[in-house]
Design a protein around this ligand. Structure first.
Ligand SMILES: Cc1cc2nc3c(=O)[nH]c(=O)nc-3n(C[C@H](O)[C@H](O)[C@H](O)COP(=O)(O)OP(=O)(O)OC[C@H]3O[C@@H](n4cnc5c(N)ncnc54)[C@H](O)[C@@H]3O)c2cc1C
Length: 401
């Protein structure tokens, strides 16, 4: 655990930027703001990196994901508008270990999105056309070309889209490396410090913590993942952030087998192998959010659904037959945040000047990029991308002011 030794007494009661949430996004924003010479305080209600950022599959996927292409052409086109962000993320991950001075387990050996049917091959062709038009280098490989590059893929795979920049990183390390780098630059990071309330006053935001302490901040950043909608509610703002519970599994170790990231064009599936030899299997199979007294309780681990596990394993074994013989060692669930229109949510919160948010989508892959966009906005720097489509202002009408 980082920085648990700080006491309430050590915590500043006045700060330029207060970042709420110690996942990848919060730690990355804190790092970028500290690197710009701003005073930053990051608070995390439990331990750093203990939620989605530390529990995810670690896929660095720059191709449009299955969830983005399964709902027809117009949804895929909308998702493709974010490809400039994917390209930035691709570059960011390639130098992140050097930038943070840490081994993050980043490997970019390429990623396949496989097809088992003619319909899926057509879907891949349409996806690749959208990606190439937006500058992302992907190519369609036929069965023989796939087999030549990835002999571990089974006979069921008849074609695949390939993106050479895709890969994986170790989710257990990334947020913590950002937090350490932020602290080296002077940021204060306090775990076990939850935000309980906030209200706008003349000078910014007055924030109350669950240990009784308070802080006055010029800017507040909501980087609270699945809890982000609740944080916005504390400020009196309604944003459609939905928690989504997902399933992951890891097999026993085996000899080097899967060199790439593997995803699927027609089923929920992601696969990769860790350096230790475990095969990680996920791809968006649902788990069940728990309830307490009739309300969704985000603080309890979602419940594993056995049909999800069975479906995920069947998809994995169809694509990489060798995994059918590997025992599953560990299964876990985690909760991520999805926005009503499935697009990212990045920017200043409507009707709440000085309050910023970043969440939604694949915020592990896109985390370094979301963080940079948000830090630029807070610092008033010129923006590197046109992110108006992801501006929280699009949901401004949900809040009556
Ligand atoms: C099982 C699973 C697999 C996934 N696989 C991938 C993948 O392969 N690739 C990919 O790109 N994305 C993946 N994702 C999504 C990705 O993990 C998330 O988008 C990303 O980690 C979100 O980071 P975050 O920092 O916004 O949120 P989190 O990591 O959830 O961090 C938010 C933090 O805010 C804290 N917090 C909440 N309320 C408060 C409060 N009141 N006060 C203080 N702190 C608070 C929480 O305790 C938490 O630590 C996956 C998600 C899951 C669940």
């Amino acid at each position: 655990m980082i920085a648990a030794e700080f006491s309430v007494k050590d915590r500043p009661d006045r700060i330029a930027t207060l970042v709420v949430g110690g996942g990848l996004l919060g730690c990355a924003v804190a790092y970028l703001l500290a690197a710009a010479g701003t005073q930053v305080l990051l608070v995390e209600k439990n331990q750093l990196n203990a939620q989605a950022s530390g529990q995810n599959a670690g896929s660095l996927h720059f191709q449009l994901e299955y969830r983005m292409i399964e709902n027809g052409e117009s949804a895929a086109r909308k998702a493709a508008e974010a490809i400039p962000l994917h390209l930035d993320a691709q570059r960011s991950w390639s130098w992140l270990e050097t930038e943070l001075g840490a081994d993050l387990g980043v490997v970019q050996h390429g990623g396949f999105m496989v097809a088992e049917t003619a319909e899926q091959v057509e879907r891949l062709a349409r996806k690749i056309a959208l990606e190439q038009a937006a500058g992302l280098q992907t190519e369609l490989l036929d069965r023989a070309a796939v087999r030549a590059r990835a002999p571990y893929l089974g006979e069921a795979v008849i074609a695949a889209a390939f993106c050479a920049a895709e890969g994986k990183a170790d989710p257990r390390r990334c947020a913590l490396a950002y937090a350490r780098a932020a602290m080296r630059l002077g940021a204060q990071v306090h775990s076990r410090t939850g935000v309980q309330a906030m209200r706008r006053n003349g000078r910014g935001w007055h924030v109350a913590f669950d240990d009784g302490g308070v802080c006055q901040a010029e800017h507040v950043v909501i980087a609270a993942g699945a809890w982000s909608g609740r944080l916005a509610q504390m400020a009196g703002v309604v944003l459609p952030v939905s928690p989504v519970a997902l399933t992951m599994a890891a097999t026993a170790r085996t000899a080097p087998l899967i060199e790439h990231l593997v995803q699927h064009a027609g089923r929920r599936l992601s696969m990769k192998q860790t350096p230790e030899g475990n095969v990680l299997i996920g791809g968006g199979w649902p788990a069940a959010l728990r309830q307490s007294r009739g309300l969704v309780d985000l603080d309890r681990r979602p419940e594993l659904l056995l049909p999800s596990l069975a479906g995920n394993m069947a998809a994995a074994a169809a694509v990489v037959p060798a995994v059918a013989h590997l025992p599953v060692l560990r299964v876990w669930t985690g909760t991520t945040a999805l926005i009503a229109d499935q697009l990212p949510l990045i920017g200043e919160v409507p009707k709440a000047a000085g309050l910023f948010i970043a969440t939604g989508g694949s915020a592990f892959t896109l985390g370094p990029t979301y963080a940079r966009i948000l830090a630029d906005k807070i610092l008033g720097r010129p923006e590197a991308f046109d992110v108006r489509a992801y501006d929280p202002q699009r949901f401004g009408s949900l809040t009556l002011a």
